[in-house]
Design a protein around this ligand. Structure first.
Ligand code: TMP
Length: 207
């Protein structure tokens, strides 16, 4: 049986890593093999592209190049990692997927969503997550957590308004696809957030 595909989304500092760890642990304890991946990245070449995208080098990266690099990395990850795992019956949990391109390159940078969805169609056709968990918190809370982590990458150095647009876009696309998206408010205590994330996995496990 084909495995299930879950993506976890959100702006920086909403607690993706710890919730993904809890999610993966829960699915494994239900007896399924889980492949955990991240975007951009997930394969050796895609991780090289990640380094290019996150480094604060001197050469500016035009918005369109940024978008195409995201989808080049995604093409590698979908074809070389995600689809083979799903076909082998594994569950896949991805830290970000195409909704990040919609929110960051679309909402944040202003590239039309139709352009991004056209690339999504080209790169992964109908390989969309069965469930997308949007971890949501106001920008000042997320960025407040990130500022404690030290050196900022090329995205983390963006201004507050950029992340407001990203968050707004996430909420809009979640509202457009309510059957795929679940929004989890991460301003609450960590244990409550985890409980919600695990309950969402349980819904998929029993489907
Ligand atoms: P992170 O996953 O460690 O937060 O870093 C990935 C960064 O890349 C994050 O700032 C969001 C950004 N990003 C995009 O702008 N578009 C994309 O399609 C993806 C997958 C990530």
């Amino acid at each position: 049986m084909r495995g299930r595909f879950i993506s976890v989304e959100g702006i920086e500092g909403v607690g993706k890593s710890s919730n993904i760890a809890a999610l993966v642990g829960h699915i494994e304890s239900a007896g399924f093999e889980v492949l955990q991946t991240r975007e951009p990245g997930g394969t050796p070449l895609a991780e090289d592209i990640r380094d290019i995208l996150k480094d604060r080098g001197d050469e500016p990266i035009p918005e369109v190049a940024e978008l195409l690099l995201m989808f080049a990395a995604r093409s590698l990850n979908v074809n070389n990692v995600i689809i083979p795992a799903l076909e082998n019956g594994k569950w896949v949990v991805s830290d970000r997927f195409t909704d990040s391109s919609r929110a960051y390159q679309g909402g944040g940078r202003g590239i039309p969503l139709a352009t991004i969805d056209g690339l999504a169609d080209l790169v992964h056709r109908d390989t969309w997550p069965d469930l997308t968990i949007l971890l949501d918190a106001p920008v000042e809370i997320g960025l407040g957590r990130v500022s404690k982590r030290g050196a900022r990458d090329r995205f983390e150095q963006e201004q507050h308004e950029f992340f407001e647009r990203v968050r707004e876009c996430y909420l809009q696309i979640a509202a457009m696809e309510p059957e795929r998206f679940a929004i989890v408010d991460t301003t609450r205590p960590l244990a409550d957030v985890r409980q919600d994330v695990i309950a969402l996995a349980d819904l998929l496990l029993t489907k």
